[in-house]
Design a protein around this ligand. Structure first.
Ligand SMILES: [Zn+2]
Length: 247
């Protein structure tokens, strides 16, 4: 896929930021803690810094960010500095597809800052054409190296799909989750009242969404085949605060 000038123009190097440690850059004299690591110069990831990172390093950083969140040791985010530093250009390392649930904000639960990740949110974290287009922009045009599909426990959209709720435009959205309900192998009560079943469907839904991304986007599938990106899944446990990654 050709990278259009307009997209490229969105990405001017401005200031330095975190990722330095993972990128193998000396970290002495750092001013403040950044989202992905406990290191930062000012507040904006440069293209060079982002491009040095491997998908595995980015995944590891998101995991460490979640550890900080869970342990109550979140970075001291300087959002104002991040806003200023990223105003003329952005180099997000990942694109996250997650649910709209108010308790599952990826940036918060993985201790991320402004400019770190793209975040597409839709109830039930399903992938339709518009979501795929957004993810293609993030990876193929803007250079993100990880596509993370993140579901979560006690998801209302999953419960709605299990109960076959009919409500306006929500009906069509829930239809996209129905395959996960049917495909979930589960012994016992297959109702929305059973939390274990709801969470099993949510996990299956993440896996099917990952598959839909690969099948529905030749752009992303080719980037994956080249090793330029990784497509990974995760479940966020709203009780424990843990994000559990899987492939
Ligand atoms: Zn949800």
């Amino acid at each position: 896929m050709r990278i259009t000038p307009s997209f490229s123009n969105c990405c001017n190097p401005t200031t330095r930021r975190h990722f330095l440690k993972a990128a193998g850059i000396a970290t002495a004299g750092l001013l403040s803690a950044g989202p992905f690591a406990q290191l930062a110069y000012a507040a904006a990831l440069t293209k060079a810094q982002r491009d040095k990172l491997t998908p595995d390093e980015i995944i590891a950083m998101m995991k460490r960010g979640n550890e900080r969140f869970r342990s109550g040791k979140k970075s001291t985010q300087d959002f104002l500095a991040q806003q200023r530093a990223s105003a003329k250009g952005q180099y997000p390392a990942a694109v996250i597809l997650s649910c709209i649930d108010s308790r599952a904000s990826a940036e918060t639960i993985m201790d991320l800052g402004i400019g770190d990740v793209f975040n597409a949110r839709v109830a039930g974290n399903i992938a339709n054409d518009d979501i795929l287009g957004s993810m293609e922009f993030a990876c193929a045009a803007a250079g993100a190296k990880v596509a993370l599909v993140m579901g979560h426990t006690a998801c209302g959209a999953i419960k709605g799909a299990i109960d076959d709720v009919k409500l306006g435009n929500l009906t069509g959205l829930l239809a996209r989750i129905q395959p996960a309900v049917k495909a979930t192998t589960f012994e016992g009560d297959r109702s929305a009242k059973n939390n274990a079943f709801v969470d099993a469907v949510a996990r299956k839904n993440v896996l099917l969404t990952m598959e839909n991304i690969r099948k529905g986007s030749s752009v992303l599938d080719e980037l994956k085949a080249k090793g330029a990106i990784k497509i990974v899944g995760a479940m966020y446990d709203i009780e424990s605060g843990k994000v559990d990654f899987f492939s």
